[in-house]
Ligand binder design. Structure first.
Ligand code: MG
Length: 395
């Protein structure tokens, strides 16, 4: 049985008084209908299921964890094939791999990914040298540069004060971390970063972008608004960063180590054409049209003269997303024929359709409630009359 007909059948079963848990599978004509800002109904069974992935495992200071199954791994401890020096194209880096980590060779320059990417969930682990040398910004300094331009500071601040907006976990020069949650130097620390680049349209900011950072599982940047490329001693200036850029790691003269680096691209936001969320009326309408067309196509496959109900219900469902004369007429004609056929059935056979007829009445009620179908139609009156005549609401 096809999925949609399974769901249509489930919808029928659920509306007939199944236990509450069953409603969780979703059913048509169940939650509030789509509106001017939401293309999907509440609890919409047509809404795509979330992608199934296998989660990773958490790291410990001793052992890197496993990335989630859909992560793009940039460094797994064995090779630097996805990295290059931050100078020209394809210049090999002088950073080295030691014991499953890449290590900055002081004076060799930044390292960057060959791949360029934008909005992401990024995981990075780093460790400052075990022997704490230097102070303030001179101790275990490096940096994670998002799109090569926004620095999330890497610094050994374990018993090492410095200016607050230059602490480990700061957006450098912009915002201090909410806490200093560092482990001692030499131990691996984790950054889990959610990065949203700025979005500009016609020179105007639509979304300034943000960065959220967890340091060793502790929230240190809470959706911090971006203020443009970060810099030393100079105030950042908001502006577009482009759509993609390489991830860069800083050479600040200290042999900081990195391991277990991966990212997951993020879906587009509503402000750049994403369709999950509260949309503009225009975007909502476009998405509703797309969904309705998909459901009408589906209804086409359900055509069955011996059982017109699945097609009728699917067409009725399509009308909750978009009014369409042909679909409305076809659903109406199928219902008219259904009622006419039902009336000519002997009592026993008609009784067998009791639940189906009550469901059709409930669907009509739903459509009337959400102003998809006019109130007091002849068909709804006939369904009500039939149910009343046989006392089906009370049995
Ligand atoms: Mg730095």
């Amino acid at each position: 049985m096809r999925l949609h007909s399974t769901l249509t059948t489930l919808g029928l079963i659920i509306s007939l008084g199944s236990p509450a848990w069953a409603a969780n599978v979703g059913a048509p004509f169940y939650g509030d209908a789509p509106d001017d800002h939401h293309p999907w109904a509440i609890h919409d069974h047509n809404r795509p299921q979330p992608k199934l992935i296998t989660p990773g495992t958490f790291s410990t200071p001793e052992q890197p964890g496993q990335p989630p199954s859909d992560a793009i791994v940039l460094f797994n401890g064995t090779d630097l094939s996805k990295w290059e020096a931050d100078e020209g194209t394809s210049v090999p880096t002088k950073w080295v791999i030691k014991n499953g980590a890449m290590e900055c060779v002081p004076g060799s320059g930044y390292i960057r990914t060959k791949e360029k990417f934008g909005d992401c969930q990024l995981h990075v682990e780093w460790a400052a040298p075990t022997k704490a040398e230097g102070e303030s910004q001179g101790r275990g300094n490096s940096g994670v540069f998002l799109m090569g331009q926004i620095e999330v500071q890497v610094l050994d601040n374990y018993n090492n004060p410095t200016y607050a907006d230059g602490f480990a976990g700061s957006v450098y020069g912009v915002n201090p971390p909410l806490a200093n949650a560092l482990r001692p130097p030499g131990q691996f620390q984790t950054y889990d970063i959610v990065f949203r680049r700025p979005i500009y349209k016609d020179g105007q900011v639509v979304d300034a972008g943000s960065v959220t950072v967890f340091l060793n599982g502790v929230l240190v940047q809470d959706h911090t608004t971006l203020e443009g490329p970060t810099g030393h001693r100079t105030r950042s200036k908001p502006g577009p960063l482009g759509d993609v850029g390489p991830l860069k790691l800083q050479d600040h003269g200290n042999p900081v180590r990195y391991r277990n680096i991966w990212y997951r691209p993020l879906p587009p936001r509503v402000s750049e054409g994403g369709t999950d969320g509260c949309l503009s009326p225009e975007a909502t309408q476009a998405k509703r049209q797309e969904i309705a067309a998909m459901i009408r196509q589906d209804a086409e496959k359900l055509k069955n003269p011996a059982n017109p109900v699945p097609e009728m219900l699917r067409l009725a469902e399509s009308l909750t997303y978009e009014q369409n004369d042909a679909a409305g007429q076809r659903a109406h004609d199928l219902l008219t024929q259904y009622l006419s056929d039902a009336k000519s059935l002997p009592t026993e056979k008609l009784n067998a359709k009791k639940d189906e007829i009550k469901h059709l009445r409930d669907v009509c009620k739903y459509l009337v409630h959400f102003k998809i179908m006019p109130a007091d139609t002849d068909e709804e009156a006939q369904l009500n009359q039939m149910i009343k005549e046989h006392n089906w609401d009370k049995k």
